[in-house]
Design a protein around this ligand. Structure first.
Ligand SMILES: Nc1ncnc2c1ncn2[C@@H]1O[C@H](COP(=O)(O)OP(=O)(O)OP(=O)(O)O)[C@@H](O)[C@H]1O
Length: 223
């Protein structure tokens, strides 16, 4: 099978004073190209930690994470940052948009180091149209509703046509109707491009829209 992401024997421990909290315990996982994987689990079970480790944002204590055969944590920090920018998209619960930039600039930003600014902004406008925000071009994030801001974040995650998207509770800050609308855009955009998705959620309804569900319990992934 064509795996985009392979994680092997991931351990992640947090140190709190003299004690240590073992959040991930030898977690291994393969994610196939085009797959949409939901990771569920109780609050505090380590879902965000796992997503950050899988997404190249948080080095584990031990174990490896590879994207298309490249071991991400063996790269020097600058190379890893560039690799993430080119190959990975992120959508967070709290949007993480930059308030001083308008929405076109927010979406274009990850592409600025890869292509000329003018082209990045043209592409950003097209993506904003695709998420139904063509009328809001020129606005800043704080002038938009939560659902609209998350649609901007989805457009931003897709600007570099990444191999894989990581979404951490993308509808966690939205009411259910708005959340559903945002998910419709996300799945529609991912479906047409065959991007791979790893999504963390509390919601069984959200998880059931994915092609596979796993649960994180006591530091390990179970079916
Ligand atoms: N930086 C940190 N330092 C110490 N402990 C941490 C840190 N980040 C997370 N933890 C702890 O690790 C455990 C897992 O946290 P994590 O945020 O990954 O869980 P989660 O399943 O995503 O939770 P939720 O569903 O509530 O968002 C929790 O007990 C949390 O308190």
């Amino acid at each position: 099978m064509d795996n985009v992401l392979v994680a092997e024997q991931i351990d992640r421990t947090y140190r709190i004073g003299k004690t240590s909290l073992n959040v991930l315990n030898k977690v291994s996982l393969n994610v196939a190209a085009g797959e949409m994987l939901a990771i569920m689990g109780q609050s505090g079970s380590g879902k965000s930690t796992l997503l950050h480790v899988l997404g190249g944002l948080d080095r584990p204590k031990s174990g490896t994470v590879s994207f298309r055969g490249q071991n991400v944590y063996s790269m020097p920090a600058r190379k890893l940052a560039q690799f993430r920018a080119e190959n990975v998209g992120y959508v967070f619960q709290s949007f993480h948009l930059l308030p001083e930039l308008d929405i076109v600039e927010n979406v274009a930003l990850p592409a600025m180091s890869i292509q000329p600014a003018r082209e990045a902004k043209i592409r950003a406008r097209e993506l904003l149209e695709e998420v139904g925000l063509g009328e809001r071009i020129g606005h800043r994030p704080q002038e938009l509703s939560g659902g609209e801001q998350q649609r901007v974040a989805i457009a931003r995650a897709l600007i570099n046509e990444p191999d894989i998207i990581f979404a951490d509770e993308p509808t966690g800050n939205l009411d259910s109707t708005t959340g559903e609308k945002v998910l419709n855009y996300l799945f529609q955009l991912l479906g047409t491009r065959r991007h791979t998705l790893v999504l963390v959620t509390h919601s069984q309804e959200v998880a059931s829209r994915c092609s596979r569900e796993l649960f994180l319990k006591d530091g390990v992934l179970v079916q």
